[in-house]
Ligand binder design. Structure first.
Ligand SMILES: Cc1cc2nc3c(=O)[nH]c(=O)nc-3n(C[C@H](O)[C@H](O)[C@H](O)COP(=O)(O)OP(=O)(O)OC[C@H]3O[C@@H](n4cnc5c(N)ncnc54)[C@H](O)[C@@H]3O)c2cc1C
Length: 353
């Protein structure tokens, strides 16, 4: 049977592996970590995301319904709360029971996919990689540099652990960061990240902690400072091929350039990467279809949103003047209209089908 090499045993790498193993390929997945569960810098974690679980499961060929949990979410402009207008799901990453990775790894094992852990892709291996090698290294900056994929660096404070609730998230906007702070919870596990495209100050973290204490009654004892890469440096970031290599997951640019939702795009692009082995033309068509809104959403974020973004106090005042309930009703109306959004894959909002 023909062999396929995949680097990255995360979600997109394993979806590609599952689909190729079913097509009769001998698949070997390498990862720099010492076991499955993705990067230890980022996982275990809980991620909240818009997704149509049924249609995505059908497309990627794995029933994901046991690991994606319907979630409620609040969006805060400082202390002004709004209910998130669309539907959201939360999924656990890492190697705990109930995580997405545990589900995919079990399926890989069933299909005879081989894993080589502690086996990172290094720059000097690139010229000798076998044909149809798939690289799915997620958000690790060194992988982007090695493959010359443009990326933007982000910085953040992260906290995680067990917590007394599940299937609830909140997002916080404040002037101290360019992106947001958010907490996601699932399977009684929380993941909290305050992140920005500029280094995040201790003062910003203190502001976030005060906000959480006041509004959510939550306090975390430990925070860790982390950094990573996102493929949101250029409007043409999405790419299925980089030279002779097939890219999968977030490295391929299959990520929403507005809110940085990456779960759905990574799943879908794992399937597209597998298709690239058997039918390049069809795979390119699918890749372009799923990422068709990337450039316009990228420009919107950079040219419009980042100009409005520093004025959280002004927006908060406007919402309070219009009234929270009325703003809420307008947001729900807008979401129902399925405005084109940048999330690649199947979501039940933002017109991404
Ligand atoms: C902290 C954080 C929070 C996030 N929150 C959300 C959220 O709430 N909602 C949402 O939709 N998206 C979120 N995202 C984005 C989303 O999680 C990612 O886009 C998605 O999981 C990436 O999937 P992937 O398959 O591309 O890579 P991953 O699943 O991350 O897998 C990459 C794998 O590659 C391996 N690897 C890295 N470098 C090498 C190398 N050189 N050689 C071999 N293996 C290597 C890693 O160890 C890892 O196992 C978040 C991302 C991060 C980092």
């Amino acid at each position: 049977m023909p062999g396929i090499t995949i680097y990255g045993a995360g979600q997109s790498g394993m979806i590609a592996a599952i689909n190729l193993a079913r097509d009769g390929y001998d698949v070997v997945v390498h990862d720099r970590e010492d076991g499955y569960g993705g990067s230890k810098i980022y996982n275990p974690s809980a991620h909240t995301t818009p997704i149509d679980v049924e249609r995505t499961s059908e497309y990627v060929g794995v029933d994901l319904s046991s690991v994606f949990h319907a979630s409620t979410a609040m969006l805060y402009l400082h202390d002004t709360p709004l209910r998130w207008p669309g539907s959201l799901y939360t999924v656990e990453r890492g190697n705990r029971k109930g995580s997405l990775d545990t589900l995919l790894y079990a399926e890989c094992e069933k299909l005879g996919v081989s894993f080589e852990f502690g086996s990172p892709l290094e720059a000097d291996e690139l010229p000798g990689l076998p044909e149809n090698t798939i690289v799915a290294c997620g958000l690790i900056p060194s992988a982007y540099e090695m493959l010359r994929v443009p990326y933007l660096r982000w910085y953040g404070y992260v906290s995680r652990g067990e917590i007394g609730f599940s299937d609830y998230s909140f997002i916080w906007f404040d002037e101290s960061i360019t992106e947001y702070g958010y907490l996601s919870s699932v399977n009684n596990y929380y993941f909290n990240l305050l992140f920005s495209i500029r280094p995040v100050s201790r003062e910003a973290l203190r502001g976030y902690e005060d906000f959480m204490r006041r509004n959510e009654g939550i306090e975390h004892r430990e925070w860790e400072y982390i950094s990573g890469a996102v493929p949101i440096a250029r409007p043409d970031n999405p790419r299925l091929f980089q030279g002779d290599i097939i890219l999968a997951g977030t490295m391929a640019g299959a990520m929403d350039p507005f809110g940085w939702f990456g779960i759905l795009g990574a799943l879908i692009s794992g399937k597209v990467a597998a298709l690239a082995v058997t039918d390049r033309g069809k795979a390119l068509e699918e890749f372009r279809r799923f990422n068709r809104n990337f450039a316009s959403v990228f420009w919107f974020k950079n040219r419009v949103f980042y100009r409005i973004r520093p004025h959280v106090t002004g927006i908060q005042r406007l919402v309070n003047a219009v009234g929270v309930e009325r703003t809420q009703a307008f947001a729900e109306f807008a979401f129902d209209r399925r405005v084109p959004g940048g999330i690649p894959g199947f979501t039940d909002m933002l017109g991404c089908y």
